[in-house]
Design a protein around this ligand. Structure first.
Ligand code: PEP
Length: 250
């Protein structure tokens, strides 16, 4: 099954009021690619201003707390993201799994809370370099997926999975297309096993050093239904060629 491609930018801890013009430029240019879904996940504090600046364009968060409300200093709930204008959120990014010691069970709870609040979710999984070198990448990522996937596939909201090898994030290194194909096929099988036919429609994004120069080749791999893009999503000049590559019929 061929799915519409989704290209989502992860701005991480980048973005001030002065960058709203860049978000506007990306939203405007994205209208030229109606066959691709485009989104930008920006710092929580920028979501409201960004979503007001680009009505109809998908602005998202980068993380969410699993609880509805309560004594969680510094955290943001799913309802708060929705209230600020977010349409989606990332959960389980490796930088949070690492720095905030997030476990699969917590990532699963976050995904379930976000979907229940009406947000689309991009759930990240990926192996560290040592695991890839030990040839244990597929089993490791599938175990992460088993621990982090929400109980049910979503209705009315969308779950996407981003395969992001940790060693490829921000490094300029990427797996071979054969390695990406092997992993995405394994994830597709596991999604079908978990959700039945609905698992066939969960988009599987590749993330890790996607750039204009490699996007076409990555998007041509079977079961690559889009990309999660970090550094190259900060500027329209770098990001839009990736969106353009996603629009090419294969
Ligand atoms: C990311 O952090 O999700 C990511 C893919 O980063 P980069 O594109 O910079 O490797």
């Amino acid at each position: 099954m061929t799915l519409r491609k989704l290209v989502a930018g992860n701005w991480k801890m980048h973005g001030l009021s002065s960058d709203l013009a860049e978000i506007e430029a990306i939203a405007e240019a994205s209208r030229g690619y109606p066959q691709v879904d485009v989104a930008l996940c920006v710092p929580a504090i920028l979501i409201e201003r960004a979503s007001r600046a680009v009505p109809g364009f998908a602005i998202g968060g980068q993380d969410v707390h699993h609880a509805e409300k309560g004594a969680h200093t510094g955290c943001v709930s799913a309802q708060m993201l929705v209230d600020a204008g977010a349409a989606l959120t990332i959960v389980g990014h490796s930088e949070r799994r690492d720095a905030q010691r997030e476990q699969d069970s917590e990532v699963k709870a976050k995904a379930e809370a976000a979907l229940a609040a009406g947000l689309d979710v991009i759930l990240c999984v990926g192996e560290i370099l040592e695991v890839r070198e030990q040839r244990a990448a597929v089993e490791t990522v599938l175990a992460q997926l088993d621990g982090s996937l929400p109980e049910q596939s979503a209705t009315g909201v969308e779950l996407a999975v981003a395969y992001e090898p940790v060693w490829a994030i921000g490094t300029g290194k990427i797996p071979t297309t054969a390695e990406i194909a092997e992993m995405h096929a394994a994830i597709r099988d596991r999604l079908a096993g978990s959700y039945g036919p609905a698992g066939e429609t969960v988009r599987i994004l590749y993330g890790g050093s996607v750039k204009a120069s490699n996007a076409r080749e990555i998007f041509a791999v079977a079961h690559v239904d889009g990309a999660l893009v970090g550094g190259a999503s900060l500027r329209a000049a770098d990001f839009m060629p990736i969106v353009a590559a996603a629009s090419v019929d294969r």
